[in-house]
Design a protein around this ligand. Structure first.
Ligand code: GLP
Length: 245
């Protein structure tokens, strides 16, 4: 595990942007694994800026998002499809047919999950997977207790996740109770993984991550076993770690 400690959110976003930009420059047909939530917003702003300046291009890229809420389609402002269009896809030169986000509204979600995995397999592998983390250690929507062998599947969200994510909805009652998420094994199959964590409200999570054994009770802990894994944290998020690297 490599750890990059950034001074603040701006520096963290730039560090993540440098890593993703490098992949876009070096790989002829790059495959990016993308995340949602507040944390990657700065990364996406940076990628948009560089794309507009002609420094990087998504013309030959394919993207796979981690997750989506069950029941929300792309027109719902709380959906991750909506988020991705607003925060990234509408502003870059990525051919939209190569932007993959799991569907939360497919009539047969189980079949959709299998097809999503198959699509990743067909393309080969995800070259770089960007991740955020839930306060309970979830990655994607893989809540504590999820099998490390899991592939794309439908999950029941933790009450704590529903509460934390209610800030993206008008009320907590609007937050779906289920989601589709890439599995932990899907994430671990990526060639490289970057986990970005920012802010004081994630300080306990970062401390727990650093101290945790590799256990399904804390899903992100498996990343310590990934051969090409980088943790990018800002000082606020890193503030409660006892033994600093
Ligand atoms: C959601 C997403 C995760 C994300 C997490 C943290 O639950 N499914 O992929 O990492 O939120 O989000 P934030 O960056 O807003 O703290």
């Amino acid at each position: 595990m490599k750890i990059i400690t950034a001074k603040d959110y701006a520096q963290l976003s730039k560090a993540a942007c440098d890593i993703v930009s490098d992949k876009l420059k070096k790989i002829s047909q790059p495959v990016l694994g993308l995340a949602t939530g507040s944390t990657p917003e700065g990364l996406y702003e940076c990628l948009i800026e560089r794309c507009n300046m002609g420094e990087i291009s998504f013309r030959n890229a394919t993207t796979f998002n981690l997750d989506e809420y069950v029941g929300l389609d792309e027109t719902h402002p709380g959906s991750y499809q909506y988020y991705m269009k607003e925060k990234l896809f509408n502003h870059i030169d990525l051919p939209i047919e190569r932007a993959n986000v799991p569907s939360g509204t497919d009539a047969d979600l189980e079949a959709h999950c299998k097809a999503y995995e198959e699509k990743i397999r067909e393309i080969g592998k995800i070259d770089i997977q960007v991740l955020g983390i839930g306060v309970n250690g979830h990655i994607g929507f893989n809540e504590p207790g999820t099998s490390f062998d899991s592939r794309t599947h439908v999950v029941e969200l933790d009450p704590s996740t529903i509460e934390v994510n209610s800030r993206f909805f008008d009320s907590i009652d609007e937050v779906p109770g289920k989601a589709v998420t890439m599995g932990i094994q899907t994430i671990m199959d990526a060639d490289e993984v970057v986990l970005i964590i920012s802010g004081e409200n994630k300080a306990d999570t970062v401390a727990a991550f650093m101290e945790s054994d590799v256990t399904e009770d804390f899903p992100a802990s498996i990343l310590k076993k990934h051969p090409n894994f980088t943790l990018i944290v800002d000082e606020a998020a890193y503030s409660k770690v006892q033994t600093k690297a």
